[in-house]
Design a protein around this ligand. Sequence first.
Ligand SMILES: NC(=O)c1ccc[n+]([C@@H]2O[C@H](COP(=O)([O-])OP(=O)(O)OC[C@H]3O[C@@H](n4cnc5c(N)ncnc54)[C@H](O)[C@@H]3O)[C@@H](O)[C@H]2O)c1
Length: 678
Amino acid sequence: MEDEIRRMQSSVLEGIPLELPPHPGHDSTVDHAPNRRQILTPDEKKLAIRNALRYIPPQHHELLAEEFLEELNTYGRVLMRRYRPVSHPIKAYPLDSYPAKSKQAASVMMMIHNNLDPAVAQFPHELITYGGNGSVFQNWAQYRLVMKYLCEMEHDQTLVMYSGHPLGLFPSTTEAPRVVVTNGMVIPNYSSQEDYERMNALGVTQYGQMTAGSYMYIGPQGIVHGTTITLLNAARLHLGLKDDADLSGITFITSGLGGMSGAQAKAATIAGASCIIAETNAHAAHKRHEQGWLTTVTDSIDEAIDLMVKAAKQNETISIGLIGNIVELWERCVEREIKVDLGSDQTSLHNPYQGGYFPADRTYDESALMLSEQPEQFKQEVQATLRRHASAINTMAERGMYFWDYGNAFLLEASRVGADVMKPDGTFAYPSYVEDIMGPMCFDHGFGPYRWVCTSGDPNDLAKTDEIAANVLRKMLETATDDVRQQINDNLRWIEQAGNNQLVVGSQARILYADDIGRRNIAMAMNDAIAQGEISGPVVLGRDHHDVSGTDSPYRETANIRDGSMFTADMAVHNAIGDAFRGATWVSIHNGGGVGWGEVINGGFGMLLDGSEDAARRLQNMLHWDVNNGVARRAWARNDGALSAIERAMELEPKLSVTLPNIVQPNLLDSLSRWSDE
Ligand SMILES: NC(=O)c1ccc[n+]([C@@H]2O[C@H](COP(=O)([O-])OP(=O)(O)OC[C@H]3O[C@@H](n4cnc5c(N)ncnc54)[C@H](O)[C@@H]3O)[C@@H](O)[C@H]2O)c1
């Protein structure tokens, strides 16, 4: 290990070497991203190569111009594979191992490494952490430069990140964030999928997803937790499940065993359901099986259905990975008149024509080939598949299944290709899971996906933090009001089980949903434990962007905002700015993430807790804003839960003074006589 750390240290200090490193070649032990379609004109390709060579010492231009063009022609972008470091494994090393002058900078390095760890990342050699195209950097030269800057960074400098490109270190103050990240920020009129593909191929922007380009991904644990809660709450709302019951006897069908979607396999069994998850990529399915998240894998649709039905009858939990297309599975369920209670979808439909969604009646390999060689044909088949998909779902829903859009742009993309997913009033026929479940039950009350990482890398530290969090939640339950008791209870149960569920992949990280007070209390207790040496090293705090305040996304996080402001993005932008001057170690703000480029603005933060009083001051100030910004906005939108949550927050904090809405009597407007000029 010591030798490995030494090799890592010299690699991160090296930056872009003057000598040309040997090309590491293609490594078939990791999964690789599908090649993208060719979008650039010959002149634009020249520009892309000239752009790429900006990172490279001139003596290598001749050779690398050829090599980069080859990459552009093959992968649809320049990845600079030659610069991928191979002297050491890329993974989260303990914080003290990083040769940085600033501990805060070292914490960013650790989190970047975690996002690129092959055990964590979906396509690590293409610098993609999850979601098919959620990138940490656009190319390996950017990675190398960033690591070097972070090693050199002083306590009063800030690294400025433009969509994976390090603009440089700028003087700031010790109070300022060490890193400010933007991903995919563009002029709004240039935010189409086509614009993204062109600018990404030119090497001037990237799709940072949510926690990929902000270095806050912790593996699928985050989404396992969120999915478990969603499944339980969906069944409570729509199947009359009792608050303390699990999903025994309930059937659930969905798709996707990739980066985030793979979590459905584990969440279904934690919740107790009988579940099939269709996945076209056999590699992804087997990975989840080896990991123990799938009970079984089959490529037979009928076998999968029979296993699901049998397990449900016996009240047994099972998660079956079906290697095949979700549409073929749904159509078979229709034919066989199978009773399915809950249905959803987590194919990567935020990226439908670049490999996020595969057409029916084709093998995975056939589809991947068609994508790079016949992109137009691929697009047409995707569209036809989506229409079939919606039609089968409609039949299942008519027969009693509760279907929800799982934030992957299923309804949006299906509607765009003319599938029958709209109600006569122009709204979607099915709710988004946020609109129905997460929004009113969690976000409006300030509950969201809070997370932390123990930078020592020691599992004992993680166990200690679990204990601290459980104690805080137990204490909060003593005085919890009825509207939040269920959420606290679910999360207490989760954290008590979290160690047994063995969900840690990569860094020693944990997630739970908590509100403002819960987040601050847990952070304060952890900071004290660091100060007293009960936890052996600093802790990084963060969250998924899929949260109360960080994200404006009209079909997802802000789907239950109904005052007409769901298409505005003031909240997300303010969140990142507000976090930055309240003490975050790094902040990020992204275009795209979850539901697609141009469809969402989302942001997040990272904060290093080192046991100091300074850290205590920062966490109190920043976390309070990071939650109450969104609660206040949701209250202004007249959401009931948010109104009571913000009123409670104002009682507790005299310096918080929020504009509250006056509510119009329900019948007043209907009684007015003239609503048009007719
Ligand atoms: N609701 C949430 O909380 C939430 C969280 C994370 C991600 N998402 C969304 O879910 C989607 C999936 O995320 P991910 O990180 O797992 O992406 P991913 O690309 O890693 O996984 C999607 C998987 O779907 C498979 N697939 C594609 N088309 C298919 C088809 N027709 N039939 C069966 N399988 C098919 C792909 O092979 C891939 O493995 C994204 O759009 C993401 O934004 C939602």
